[in-house]
Design a protein. Sequence first.
Length: 240
Amino acid sequence: MTSQLFAICFNATRPEDLARFWSGVLGRQVADGPDGDIALLPPDTDGFRIRFLPSREPKSGQNRAHFDLTSASPEEQRRTVARALELGGKHIDVGQLPEEGHVVLADPDGNEFCVIAAGNSFLAGTGFIGALACDGTQEVGYFWSKALRWPLVWDQDQETAIQSPNGGTKITWGGPPVAPKTGRNRLFFELAVPADADWDAEVDRLVSLGATRPDTGDADNGRVLMLDPDGNEFTVRKPR
């Protein structure tokens, strides 16, 4: 059986503070994570967790991935921005133009995210987290489509996007040029293998699709570290 997207993980210098911020912005419940960490639970059984893992590594450069939050109206966009600022977020400039309509913010740990203007047809029906927008190649979009068995919902001009067959958040890649990677990614995917699946066979399948296993020793806390074709870290949990 195919791996499932279990969580979007944040490497965080202040996990508790970051969990509190995102809980307030998203309206998600805070819970203890599976490894003594902090997590936000998904709104339904088809969604993914958001996990906050302790890290001493400071942020360097712009993240390769960020959340795009949707708005049903201009008033809702303003409310989301105001709530984020009250919780400790801040406005940042990443070169966006005023006519683009979205508001670019950073959370208390410096992670970028956008609050998208109402009427965005591409994110219609996706939910509050409309997309995890990634800096990445067409090849990596194809890889993740096959890895998760999520269909491509966009494939044009080397830009790609995938979405679960059950709907929800889209994952998008903006195509080249891809900014050089500096250090370990702050945001990364965590996959889970179903309890009745062959974990080793699934890891081999991911390798056959283009993933690699860095030489970092054995699985840590029941997970193995892997890299996708763009060199982005992700982990695969062993069944429990």
